[in-house]
Design a protein around this ligand. Structure first.
Ligand SMILES: [Zn+2]
Length: 261
């Protein structure tokens, strides 16, 4: 009797222990891959609604008005570089200095990271890399600015070999081991951004578990450039890390303008 009570107490303790999202193993392939994320734990399952990201952006569906006015105020400075096993993530050491505004509301840059190949498709086409600048308002609302990369050197940021020289310090110091970090004393984040900040906006989700919705997506219309060797280096360290595109459902896409602040 005592034994069975103890056993049932242990059983109950095990069943009520929350599975912390950060501890749940997920990946981009196999039985912990994107098609199974919703089954890996309850929180992941609940997060998947009808407004998921990424999506295939059909340019013909983009409405000319209705987007929020974008302002970007990013500041060059020291960044940490983390290999978190899912991506390479860079975070500003000085918090609340870099931000974007959406219709005047500030969202502070938390970190930015990369996906190879791109997560968003444009008219059904995948690009070699996508960068996500993740910004958060004081109210906790997330707004992600996506910058898509093409291969090539016709770009002021390019070295003669076609590689993106702004990314170079991060690529040269890229931590190859999971949870390893590096530091870049002065990273020119402002030079990563294209000249024109015209963008396409829609409401979506995070693209990694838990894929919580209510995220404002801002996809820059102008492309950045980097060399195939840079895409390949990332891919060698991290592997493919793009979630497949999700159904648009009844969501709308809006064109908007943007300015540097
Ligand atoms: Zn991302």
């Amino acid at each position: 009797m005592v034994k069975s009570l103890i056993l049932s107490a242990i059983f109950m303790a095990l069943t009520v222990l929350p599975a912390f999202a950060s501890e749940v193993h997920w990946s981009y392939k196999g039985d912990t891959g994107p098609e199974y994320w919703g089954c890996l734990n309850e929180e992941f399952g609940k997060a998947i609604g009808s407004a998921q990201s990424p999506i295939d952006v059909q340019m013909g569906r983009v409405e000319q008005t209705g987007g929020a006015k974008l302002g970007i105020h990013y500041v060059d400075g020291a960044f940490s570089v983390l290999n978190n096993g899912h991506t390479i993530q860079m975070a500003p050491e000085v918090k609340n200095e870099s931000y974007i505004t959406l219709d005047g509301e500030k969202h502070y840059l938390q970190q930015f990271h990369f996906h190879v190949p791109s997560e968003h498709h444009i008219n059904g086409v995948t690009l070699p890399m996508e960068l996500h600048f993740v910004n958060k308002s004081d109210a906790g609302k997330l707004a992600v600015v996506a910058l898509l990369f093409k291969e090539g050197g016709s770009y002021s940021n390019s070295k003669g070999d076609g590689s993106n020289k702004i990314l170079a310090p991060a690529w040269e110091n890229m931590p190859t081991e999971r949870n390893a970090t590096a530091r870049i004393a002065k990273f020119a984040i402002t030079k990563l951004l294209p000249a024109k900040l015209t963008n396409i906006q829609y409401s979506g989700s995070l693209t990694t578990p838990p894929t919580a919705e209510g995220v404002s997506w801002i996809i820059l219309d102008e492309r950045a450039y980097a060399a195939d060797a840079q895409f390949k280096k990332f891919n060698t360290v991290i592997g493919d890390n793009a979630r497949p595109v999700q159904p648009l459902n009844d969501r709308r896409l809006y064109l908007s303008s943007g300015v540097r602040q």
